[in-house]
Design a binder for this molecule. Sequence first.
Ligand code: TXA
Ligand code: MG
Length: 329
Amino acid sequence: MRETTFSPLEAPTDTTLNTAVQILRSGNLVAIPTETVYGLAASALDDKAVAKVYALKGRPQLNPLIIHFATSEALKPHVQWTAQAEALAAAFWPGPLTLVLRKTTTSPISLLATAGLDTVAVRIPSHPVAQALLERLQGPLAAPSANPSQRISPTTALDVQQAFPNSPDLGLILDGGPCRVGLESTILDLTGENPVILRPGYLDAAALEAVLGKPVVYGHLQKALHIKAPGMLARHYAPQKPLRLEAQHVEPTEALLSFGPKPLDGATHSLNLSPTGDLIEAAAHLFSYLRQLDQTQSSGIAVMPIPNTGIGIALNDRLQRAATSVKVG
Ligand code: TXA
Ligand code: MG
């Protein structure tokens, strides 16, 4: 019988923090303590590393991730900063508050991490180990809670280690002790007319209202994403050109999004999500390749079948949404 191997768990020292930076720069994952819960972190600028996060967590859909920064100065170029954000940042950052803001068009944050939306969820964690790592990395981290999808969020390093046995992509777990808050951050959406709490957390509506000087209501995260996503997808994620899924051939006027070692013949414009048939690589390329093919002179985009296993389920989910979304105008 094969022995179970666990990712290394280390106390934060100069050496282990430097190792963590190297692992992140090489496109692999590090589990990090934050004051709320442990996060499964990848460089937020690296599509392929972000794809590994989705794959390891087994997220059924490409649910967008929270992007962590060391300081508001590092964060500002990525978002449309507002007076409300400024007030909340002054009061609660670093700390257990996540703000949903509009993403700038120049931000190099992975499209996969934001699931192709034009908004981004950002926060500045206060945990000294998370801070130290972000400062050394000199770049943002995409980090969902470090638990397999549908399972309880981890509040100790050991929880993380036990949750992901035999996971070579998870290069290191930094042990920062038990999390102080133990509950995920409050997510506040500042992109609408009124501020809406999409996920309740340590900071409640009254605390936020006291700073903003206006009412803050509780919305529903899933509902918010559900309602928001189709509109967002129609404008930003779904290509303008029609998508034809499960293609077994290419029409002469079509562009081709292929997958695997045997791409279909006959397309003038063609991009391969993964010539080796690697679903993680495919997920990493999905959004940018769709965008590129959408800009070609072609009547539509034919998409070859993608296996519906692992992260392939999320890929097919996104492709189906893109194929069926209603085009406006
Ligand atoms: O405390 C926390 O926030 C922890 C630590 C590690 O920082 N992170 C965390 O991440 O809980 P995660 O991925 O488990 O939860 C992120 C939530 C998801 O439910 C996602 O739908 C929502 O944030 N989210 C991310 N981007 C969003 C966006 N642009 N608009 C609305 N919701 C968003
Ligand atoms: Mg979570």
